[in-house]
Write a protein that binds this ligand. Sequence first.
Ligand SMILES: [Zn+2]
Length: 232
Amino acid sequence: MKIAPFFAKVLVELDKAMQGTLNGTKIEGIAETISHFALASAVASMAAAVIPGAGGAMAAIAQAGFVWATYVKINKTVGLSMTTETAKFLANAIATNIITQYGALMAGHFVAGVLSFIPLFGSAGAALAEGAIGYGLIYAAAYVYLKLISRVIKPDGSIQVAEDDSTKKIIEEIMNREDMGGLFREGAKQFKEARTSGALDRAMKAHNCPDCGSPFNPGDHFCSVCGKDLTK
Ligand SMILES: [Zn+2]
């Protein structure tokens, strides 16, 4: 899997912070996780045809477990132990910050990226635009999260974040310093590639939990990550 330049950079930072313990397999695993959940989020956004407008799609994905499940899977891959509550707190804080500070900017980049390769407008185009936004939120939220853990991780690999405004302030600082527009453009490019390579179509046929996007096997009764009843 090709790793996008923004992520390549942040993964080098994380590797340094983790004393060089991020090997190729782990890096590949992180890239796959981000692409899996971003695509699952795109599919969920496209399916939710009732969502009124771009902000609605992002808010819905943020409320669902997609951002949180992405963090849980990244933690597992990297070997970070973090409580469920902390992962939920960070998912909520980061997603809310992206939506309120950069929502319009992000949606603009992602929707423009979609429209540039859809020949026809109409409902298919609208669904894809929603999908792009759903993809974008996971993409951006994963990036900010990797930046954050690179910054707060201890040499022994543990993480301690206060679940209060001091952590929200660090998140804000990170985002103010980053080229978020460039990140969104890169994300839109990745989404476009997923669409043209058939990865998005494959994700539409995959079995993913509707609440958190985690993959499950046909016949499973509950989601192994968020516990959703999959029989309903
Ligand atoms: Zn789930």
